[in-house]
Design a binder for this molecule. Structure first.
Ligand code: SF4
Ligand code: FES
Length: 275
């Protein structure tokens, strides 16, 4: 056995040791459908392992509810590893809960204390109508991406990789913007329900790269105009950045605003030249 081989006895012990457990009380928003009246329901959740993720805790509660003949709580989830952006819960009034830079699915029960009461609500914004319980419809985000998130230029055949040099600082910044998982926490945390951080991130990951330059200004104008059809206006509170599980910087909003002003001039000139 090498020093790096795990001791099988320790692995077995770790699997069977339940570790610290918590008894928590959940106050969960229940709403039968988009037009139904919602209310908070209280559920006791005893014996929850501190090693469970928040969603695993909800799974356990749902299994118990199903055993008791109560309809399980509806909530969104998919990857459960902070990639897909579908998990979207307000936990004790904070989008994705108390841990900074952490999506709901990456939050662990060890964050909470024995005896805690945890309030769980859906992301609340007029542009995110509730589908059921904790699930909301975030299709308004899709409308923004549709408005600007594609390239219409004739690109020819597939070019060789790395044919267009991209400075590392630019590639890094574009990558930071591309980390946005479209969860909607920025909207839920904003007192104006603004989607500027999301839109700025989606615009920036294309607009920063050389390949994205040809439609930079048309893209920015259509994305921002579509955003304003659904969401409130940004007043620089910064709550979006604090709530973002990917810690997207509000600096991207400044870049988007600058591009939007330029777009208003450049696109008007383009239209006047091309009828
Ligand atoms: S900017 Fe952050 S909070 Fe907003 S949708 Fe993207 S990942 Fe979520
Ligand atoms: S379930 Fe995919 S990011 Fe949380």
């Amino acid at each position: 056995m090498t020093v790096t081989d795990p001791d099988p006895r320790e692995a077995t012990a770790a699997r069977t040791d339940p570790g610290r457990t918590l008894d928590v009380t959940l106050k969960v928003w229940r709403q039968a459908g988009p037009d139904a009246e919602g209310h908070f329901a209280t559920y006791e959740a005893p014996g929850i392992s501190e090693d469970m993720s928040f969603l695993e805790m909800l799974d356990v509660v749902n299994e118990r509810l199903a055993d008791e003949g109560v309809e399980p709580i509806s909530f969104d989830h998919d990857c459960r590893e902070g990639i897909c952006g579908t998990c979207s819960l307000m936990i004790n009034g904070q989008a994705h809960g108390p841990e900074r830079g952490t999506a709901t699915c990456q939050l662990h029960m060890r964050t909470f204390s024995d005896g805690d009461t945890i309030v769980i609500e859906p992301f609340r914004a007029t542009a995110f109508p509730i589908i059921k319980d904790l699930m909301v419809d975030r299709a308004a985000f899709d409308r923004i991406v549709e408005a600007g998130g594609y390239i219409t230029v004739a690109a020819g055949s597939a070019p060789d990789a790395n044919l267009i040099p991209v400075p590392k600082v630019v590639a890094d910044a574009a990558m930071d913007a591309a980390a946005c998982i479209a969860c909607g926490a920025c909207v839920a945390a904003c007192p104006n329900s603004a989607a500027n951080l999301f839109t700025a991130a989606k615009a920036a990951h294309l607009n920063l790269l050389p390949q994205g330059q040809s439609q930079r200004y048309q893209r920015t104008e259509t994305m921002v105009d579509t955003m304003e059809d659904f969401f409130g206006s940004c007043t620089n509170h910064g709550e979006c950045e604090a709530a973002c599980p990917k810690e997207i910087s509000i600096d991207f909003i400044a870049t988007m605003n600058k591009d939007y002003l330029r777009a208003k001039l450049k696109n008007r000139r383009y239209l006047s030249r091309n009828g």
